[in-house]
Structures are given as C-alpha cells and as structure tokens.
Design a protein around this ligand. Structure first.
Ligand SMILES: *Cc1c(COP(=O)(O)O)cnc(C)c1O
Length: 382
C-alpha cells in the first residue's frame, strides 16, 4: 500500500493495517526458497500481534497446514479455526496436568523434558492409544528441550515409541541471525546425531533466520514467524519480504510554539526557533516505544517529522516545521510504520529488535485487514 495518509473513519488514535496478501506472499517466498522442506507458520502471541485467526485463514489458502503457538491456552483458542487436516503445535510444551485437555483438543504438544515425555506416555497408556507429539531436543540453546542424555535414555523406556508417536523432532538455533556463527554448525551436528537415536521422523531446526543459514538447516519443516510478517533479523532477508504492517496515527492538535518554549513531560525539548508542532494520538500505551522520544519520527507525504520531547502514554509531539503552514490539520494522519519507515527503521531508532516492535503494537488501534489479491511473486533468490 502506498497511500500517503490513511483515512480514519472512526475515533481511535491509531490505525493498524495488516496486509494478508503480503503475509501470503511472504509464505510463498519462503516456501519456494526452502522446498522441498515444508513451511510451518509460527502464530504465537496472536501472530506476533497481527491477529492469529486472520493470519491462519490467509495461510491455509496458501496450503499451510502446520501452525505453532507458544502456550496451550493459545492453541485451545485457535484450534477451532483450523481445518481438520492442519497440525497445531505448542512450543512451550505440556503444562503438568494438561495432558488430557491437550489430547482432547487434538493439539500436538512439543515434549520439552523427560517429565513431559513420561506424562504423555502415561496418558497414552491410560487411554490405550498411541499419542502423537513433537520431541524437542536441546542442542545448545539451554532454553527448552530434552537433554542429550534424556534423548539417549528414551530408547531404554520399554515400548515408549509404541505409545508415543513422534510426529516431528525439533530443536531451535540460538544464533540463527548470525549466519556464519560456528554455534549454528555445532547445533546442527548435535541435532543430527541425537535425532539419529530416535525412530525416523520429520525434522525441524530453522526459524525464519535459520532458513537463510543454509539448506542443511531446512530439515523437513521450517518454522517461520517474523519473515511472514514482513521483517527480518538481517538486511538481505527483510528486503526479500513484503511489508505486511502499516501504522498511522491521528493528528489531534497543531500549534506554533515560540523559541525557548519547552515541550512535553520534563520539558526535555526546548524550541530553538519558532516551531510548528503537532500532537498525535499514539503513545507508549499503544505499544509505541517511549524510547523514541527525541529520536524517532513520523512521516507525512514523505516528509520526516521528528518526535520531540518525551513520548506520553496516549500521545506524542512532532516537529512539523518542515511542512507548509496549514499542510497538517487535526484529523489528518501521519505514518509511523509504512513505505517511508519500516519496522526495521523503528526498531533501530528504539534500540531494539523488530520482534519487540511488532508484538508490542497494542490492541488499542483500529485494525483493518486488506489484501484479497495476492501480490505478484517476488524474484526468488536462493
Ligand atoms: C518463535 C519461534 C520460532 C519463529 O521464529 P521467527 O524468528 O519469528 O521465525 C520458531 N521456533 C521456535 C522454537 C520459536 O520459539
């Protein structure tokens, strides 16, 4: 979308536009890059804040059938929106006592510890049926997953693999955003050795960034999150993706302050000349980083408007002197994320990562989903 200023028909301070066609195209781009490996969509945290139900439905139309969330609670909410032939996995594992609820919902737990593996086996024994699950191996990140010793021990549990059907063996890379890191190759080697101790099952190691480390990392299933939503942890990757999010903020006041006048909490900004300022109705309670006070910007018709003073809870002020007098009036909107300012730009200004910007975009905005039509596919770069 290259609209300069988004019409806000209602009275919210900000407007989040989510381009489902861009998300679908991003899925297709990744799928083409990693084929014959399949691509799962990571839709945890409400699809990184963009709305898991809408994202899932868009991706089902792209033939995506594998979806990961973080919590069982997220899975139980999302399951009714999935087609019957889709798989829904819970990355954070099986909470104690939740085995029956997880099985009843047809959700696949990621077994992250010996205790979880045994609890899932016990359920299978009680219910007298083979229970499907994912097994995660900790290959070096020390966050979640069975230790190498536990993986080896599983083979000694009588009939374990008759009772638990391993649908997928997975691990997670600690340094996927550093493609050259030795740690990636070490994790891959450990993963292959440990997965080799288990019955043959599809394998999954790479997240979005991991899919760029090299074909050896693709395994059978790539777990893509961030890249679907149009961002990338490194330059080359972001440029391959279609931007899927646009954020516009409503102007609520425009004024001229005289040289020497302070602006905002703490009066951290003092005008050094007569300055045209605009107050816009987006602040840190909308997930816009407070850190951007005095460093970030908004855009209007392509003109950069620096954020001056502190970001308040519900508003912030912009220096709009660069615009012609009267060019901006209350009710207009300015671009916070869009063609002139990417998620990467905002993350860099706020000293953080695109993941944090994206997942913080609050629920306070009016949201519009666009993108019935699929974008023309991008050139695929191997
Ligand atoms: C969040 C997550 C992903 C997705 O990561 P992206 O970098 O967003 O692609 C994949 N795997 C695991 C285990 C995760 O926690």
């Amino acid at each position: 979308m290259v609209r300069e200023s988004w019409e806000i028909a209602t009275y919210e301070g900000g407007h989040l536009t989510i381009d489902l066609a861009a998300i679908r195209t991003n899925y297709a781009v990744i799928a083409a890059r990693v084929a014959p490996a399949r691509v799962a969509a990571v839709v945890k945290a409400d699809a990184y804040g963009l709305g898991a139900v809408a994202v899932v439905q868009a991706l089902v139309a792209e033939d995506c059938r594998d979806f990961f969330v973080a919590h069982l609670a997220e899975a139980l909410e999302l399951k009714p929106f999935l087609p019957a032939d889709a798989h829904l996995y819970v990355l954070n594992g099986l909470p104690p006592g939740a085995e029956a609820a997880c099985a009843a919902a047809g959700v696949l737990p990621v077994l992250n510890s010996w205790e979880q593996a045994m609890a899932w086996r016990d359920l299978a024994v009680r219910q007298q049926r083979r229970s499907p699950a994912v097994l995660q191996i900790d290959t070096g990140m020390s966050r979640l997953g069975l230790s190498p010793e536990d993986v080896a021990r599983l083979g000694e549990v009588p009939a374990f693999f008759d009772q638990v059907e391993i649908k997928l063996v997975m691990s997670h890379l600690a340094c996927a955003d550093m493609p050259g890191a030795l740690a990636n190759r070490e994790q891959l080697a450990r993963f292959e050795a440990l997965a080799g101790l288990l019955p043959l099952a599809p394998r999954s190691l790479a997240n979005s960034a991991g899919s760029f480390v090299g074909p050896a990392f693709h395994g059978d299933l790539v777990r893509a999150g961030l890249a679907l939503y149009g961002a990338g942890p490194f330059e080359g990757m972001a440029s391959l993706m279609h931007q899927a999010v646009r954020l516009d903020a409503r102007v609520i006041q425009v004024r001229t302050v005289q040289s020497g006048t302070g602006v905002g909490y703490g009066l951290t900004f003092t005008a050094s000349r007569n300055t045209q300022i605009a107050t816009v109705a987006v602040g840190y309670a909308d997930g816009w980083p407070r850190r951007l006070g005095g460093r970030g910007a908004a855009y209007f018709k392509g003109v950069r408007l620096p954020i001056i003073g502190r970001v308040s809870m519900d508003s912030m002020t912009l220096d709009v002197t660069a615009l012609a007098n009267g060019a901006l009036t209350p009710g207009d909107t300015v671009e916070l994320i869009g063609p002139h300012q990417t998620l990467e730009d905002v993350a860099a200004d706020a000293d953080t990562i695109t993941y944090e910007i994206l997942t913080n975009l609050g629920r306070r905005y009016r949201r519009t989903y666009v993108g019935e039509r699929v974008h023309p596919p991008l050139e695929v770069v191997a």
